[in-house]
Design a protein around this ligand. Structure first.
Ligand code: AAO
Length: 456
């Protein structure tokens, strides 16, 4: 697992007598993670034993700091202070969630917004008064970028790196992270979270923070604190994920986008070579969709149930990256937030109750995480055979995915060792015998099989 390389700075801090005590810590390891989008802290805490039981190693939460108010989900992405009081819960509830997850052996990764504050003026969820460039007791106008490169100081052109890193992302007041006081205050926020036991951070909008500035913010966080910068791969753009690899794994949007035609348009041949041009596996987080892409149509449509299920099956069959599953809620318009009470607090998610998808509990997710456990680090070989996608995991396992509309029975070459195998995705309990260099399998339309040793 990649960890923050901060030895020199840690020792400086130690020399100054500054250490970061953690209440407890669970390392992010090879186990997949789940993004519990807009889940409250009490609901996450209650779910962590189940999450561990399914086989996940970490949860990624929505941002925990005080934000603007309102029913849209994206209010969470407009911070107004670093108090841990939000529509997702209180500081005490946040701390209790971490303890519950840690007791279950699940690490907690938190979505951290360090690029910007809110867009306008108002009063935040916990009562903080704020103005676009004035946050009394926190920031003054001098602490923000005023890029002067576009008429409204908003980013207009992603091909211009100065705009991307010094202008405003959708009008959000852009912190001048080259300033030592800004870096210090942001690090203080992250340190507060680590002290409560947070094990890692998604760095929201990392593309909009210069590498040197981000380094200046995160230097000195304890060893083992994972960082997942969000740097969306954009064709031809000057700022790319490859520039941020020193911080940790990154969300490989190229992978998620490449899955869309495969499963939505039935093009399994496109899986062969899918990793080319992407981050190396050990530097990537692989995913089918996240909270942005499930709204912008760039990835497999969650409403196309079979296509989405098969894409997640492939994600977990593959050996690329650290996989993450999105577990959120159903919505009919882009801005729609989850259900809230009269005080503007999000209702606790309940699996089996609308609108929560509880996608992390799905049978295919559970089965495929078990598959990963059975095949370990046996390398994946991806091929296409008669419109089926085949993922072979050495001599230990094989997944065949049929995105088409007709059942298929095929005989294909296999690296599986001679033995009896059973299908973790099927409910028939039927076994498959491998006696030679080929295997014959039947894969239902819009279905998949995941073979592992019956005696394993
Ligand atoms: C809301 C309203 C706005 C309003 C604003 C302020 O919607 O109308 O102006 O408040 O009042 C979220 C929501 C926003 C919301 C915001 C604040 O998504 O709608 O604004 O909270 O409440 C860029 C960034 C990336 C960012 C993404 C949304 O680089 O960091 O935009 N994602 C994160 C979060 C996200 C959040 C924020 C950041 C802000 O995940 O949920 O916003 O905290 C190209 C670039 C990308 C760029 C996109 C933007 O992508 O490469 O870097 O992402 O454009 O559209 C092809 C290209 C690809 C291109 C893509 C466009 O695939 O290959 O390069 O198309 O979709």
């Amino acid at each position: 697992m990649r960890v923050l390389r901060s030895v020199a700075v840690s020792s400086v801090l130690l020399a100054a007598g500054v250490t970061v005590p953690r209440s407890s810590h669970v390392a992010v390891d090879h186990r997949p993670g789940v993004q519990l989008f807009q889940w409250t802290w009490p609901a996450i805490g209650r779910e962590c034993p189940t999450i561990a039981d399914v086989g996940f190693g970490f949860v990624q939460t929505s941002p925990p700091q005080e934000s603007i108010t309102g029913p849209a989900w994206w209010t969470s992405y407009q911070p107004v202070s670093y108090r841990l009081e939000s529509k997702l819960g209180t500081r005490a509830e946040f701390a209790a969630m971490i303890d519950a997850c840690h007791r279950a052996g699940v690490a907690v990764v938190v979505d951290a917004i360090v690029n910007h504050m809110a867009a306008g003026d108002g009063v935040g969820f916990a009562g903080t008064v704020y103005h676009h460039f004035e946050y009394p007791g926190l920031w003054t106008a001098a602490d923000f970028h005023h890029c002067g490169l576009t008429p409204d100081d908003d980013i207009a052109n992603y091909m211009d790196d100065r705009q991307v890193q010094t202008c405003e992302l959708v009008n959000l007041a852009d912190l001048d992270t080259s300033r030592p006081n800004v870096r210090d205050r942001l690090r203080q926020y992250l340190t507060d979270l680590v002290t409560l036991g947070v094990d890692g951070f998604r760095i929201d909008a990392a593309k909009h923070i210069a590498v040197d500035d981000l380094r200046g913010i995160v230097e000195g966080l304890p060893e083992g604190t994972v960082l997942f910068p969000e740097v969306i791969r954009g064709r031809g753009e000057p700022i790319q994920p490859e520039q941020y690899t020193e911080f940790g794994r990154q969300y490989e949007f190229g992978y998620a986008r490449a899955l869309a035609p495969v499963f939505s348009l039935v093009m399994p041949e496109r899986l062969v070579g899918i990793h080319e041009g992407l981050l190396p596996s050990e530097e990537a987080i692989s995913f089918v969709d996240n909270h942005d892409t499930e709204r912008n149509g760039q990835t497999v449509d969650r409403r196309a149930l079979a296509a989405h299920r098969l894409a997640e099956t492939f994600l977990l069959a593959d050996d690329y990256g650290l996989p993450m599953i999105l577990s959120a809620y159903q919505f009919t318009n882009r801005d729609e937030g989850p259900p809230m009470d009269a005080n503007g607090r999000v209702a606790d998610a309940e699996c089996g109750t609308e609108p929560w998808t509880c996608a992390h509990r799905a049978d295919h997710v559970r089965a495929m995480i078990a598959f990963r456990g059975a095949v370990g680090d046996a390398p994946a070989t991806i091929s296409e055979h008669d419109r089926l996608a085949i993922v072979s995991r050495g001599d230990l396992g094989l997944v065949a995915i049929n995105p088409g509309t007709a059942d298929k029975t095929v005989t294909i070459p296999t690296s599986l060792a001679p033995a009896s195998y059973h299908d973790l995705l099927g409910d028939s309990g039927a076994s498959v015998e491998v006696t030679g260099p080929t295997v014959t399998i039947t894969v239902p339309a819009a279905g998949a099989v995941a073979l592992v040793r019956a005696d394993g």
